[in-house]
Design a protein around this ligand. Sequence first.
Ligand code: PLP
Length: 360
Amino acid sequence: MRYPAITVDLDKLTANAALLVKLCQASGLSVMGVSKAFCAAPKLAQALLDGGISWLGDSRIQNLSKLRAAGCKAPLCLLRLPMLSEVDEVVRVAQMSQVSELATAKALSDAAQSLGQRHKITLMVDLGDLREGVWPHNILPVANAISRLPGIELYGLGANFACYGGLIPSWEKLSELLDLANAIRHATGLPLPLVSGGNSANLHLLPNGIPPGITQLRLGESILLGRETIARQAIAGAHLDVFALHVEIIELQEKPSVPVGNIGQDAFGETPVFQDKGLIKRAIVAIGRQDINVDGLEVQEPGIQIIGASSDHLILDVTHAERALNIGSILSFGLRYSALILGMMSPYVAKELQIKAPPS
Ligand SMILES: *Cc1c(COP(=O)(O)O)cnc(C)c1O
């Protein structure tokens, strides 16, 4: 195996997808699987589909195009508001996109018409998180105008929470979303079958119920890492270790815990502060900030502590490590979302897909 490497357990990934599909089904929700965190690697996307997910969503059109090129048959949704410069590719590759601007809807309509198609739109409403979405008091005129575009099927109303503003989705906020959906149905006469209520941050609501009429959640992190995303609580029964990072020790020496000499700025323009623990046993492993977000790594072994990182090196205090370490030893870490997204994207981090041998 080449290091550093992220291993992906595809069976556990499928099991997490199936668990969330089941949990959501119990509340009347379907699941759109969100593939951006793993750059829509086709085998991982297939693992989500194997878990019973129907739609796939991604914020980058390149990722959706990659899925199509790999032969993925699932319906695809572009999650980030389309750029005008990409609408031709969007209507060719995706069945649906999330939109908050009439100008964009018009451009999508023109592009779809020139292919002789109709493109589905989920109109996004901003319920206070202050990222994308039409402000609620403008939603009816925008929905009306979109409903008249010949190349567009106004298919859903959607909201997003806990991204920019950290707004926690609640029963009240989702009821507001349902009221707006009903107002749009009334004004346009359209069925508006999709009411997309949010992302992994909505899962904390499920135990106490979610207003009936919300039809879908768009889930990424919770499927991949097995946690809801308001308090990062583990989801009962989910695998928390679908992904793991494995790195190799390239230096192992006893050194002081405080630099020797005058301290100026480090490689990233910050002035580091050190705790004097005397002589410590330090391991350098071959991964750094250019490869991954080191703040998103979770140490798995007791007695090992991350003490710093530069572009290419991660430095660990292994003084109290429980096993004997050597040059060439492999250390494994868990990944939080911030580390997962950069690690999956880095060409310097190998990806090893693990799958159990099929029963013979
Ligand atoms: C990324 C994204 C999601 C998925 O969010 P998770 O927290 O990973 O579940 C859902 N909706 C939109 C619009 C997104 O961009």
